[in-house]
Design a protein around this ligand. Structure first.
Ligand SMILES: C[S@@+](CC[C@H](N)C(=O)[O-])C[C@H]1O[C@@H](n2cnc3c(N)ncnc32)[C@H](O)[C@@H]1O
Length: 241
């Protein structure tokens, strides 16, 4: 049976891996992973579930990290029911922020972020997985609409060291093309620099408006007199302080 047929059979008989249900990756995202990952790939994911079963079907050397032994037991049960061998899966029953720093740098072909979607964990998963990947390796980020995931995706879209590949139903995929990108300063990161500029503009306005109450009587007089030239000059002076 082909990989996609096998995973469809698991979906038809979906076990509740995450308790009562399975918060699984979407069908298109599964297909994208199946296209990029080969049997001889070295892969890792944060979070576990249907995606872990997909990696088991492909048969690659895979590390799944989730702080839940029960999930691993349910994944193994599902594999047994469907005649899938989980022998190439290493399951690390701990938080990704503890496990990822121990994994080897520059040795993974494919990494997938779908563990804790809170801030800063999703960003920390990105930090560690970006250094774990080989040059040419692929990073997938699931649940892109969640803000902690979206900032990673927005950041990668503007990075020279990463190439955007594709977006599925909920996941975006990029390939890595430069080493040692993780610890660069903010002003050499296009997205960080752009957002900082935007924030600084916002700060000047906030500063001006914070000062307005001190001079509100003068401003109110100018407004009532319709002296918009003087109002504009006064605001410009405040903004330049
Ligand atoms: C949305 S589910 C993953 C779905 C999975 N990719 C699938 O296709 O079924 C989120 C996963 O994150 C795991 N998780 C929660 N906190 C975590 C953490 N701090 N580190 C790693 N995994 C975590 C949960 O145990 C769960 O397996």
């Amino acid at each position: 049976m082909m990989v996609l047929e096998k995973i469809s059979a698991v979906i038809d008989d979906m076990p509740g891996i995450h308790g009562s249900g399975t918060y699984r990756i979407a069908d298109r995202d599964l297909k994208i992973i199946e296209q990029y990952v080969r049997k001889d790939s070295v892969t890792a994911e944060t979070g576990a579930g249907l995606s872990t079963i997909l990696f088991a079907i492909i048969g690659c050397r895979h590390t799944a990290i989730a702080p839940s032994r029960e999930e691993w037991v349910r994944i193994q049960e599902a594999c047994r029911r469907h005649n899938i061998s989980p022998q190439n899966i290493t399951f690390l029953d701990e938080s990704s922020v503890d496990a990822l720093p121990r994994l080897p740098i520059g040795s993974f072909d494919f990494c997938f972020i779908d563990g804790c979607h809170g801030f800063p964990v999703a960003c920390m998963d990105f930090y560690y997985m970006s250094r774990m990947l080989k040059i040419g390796g692929i990073l997938g980020i699931d649940d892109v609409p969640i803000w902690a995931c979206k900032i990673v995706v927005d950041f990668l879209h503007r990075e020279e060291g990463w190439k955007y590949l594709v977006t599925g139903d909920k996941s975006a995929f990029f390939s890595k093309h430069l080493e040692d990108q993780e610890s660069r300063e903010w002003d050499s990161q296009p997205y960080n620099a752009k957002m900082t500029k935007k924030n600084l503009r916002g700060t000047s306005f906030l500063k001006a408006f914070a000062l307005i109450p001190q001079r509100s009587h003068k401003l109110i007089r100018l407004i009532s007199e319709g002296d918009y030239g003087a109002i504009s000059k006064r605001l410009k002076r405040l903004l330049n302080r």
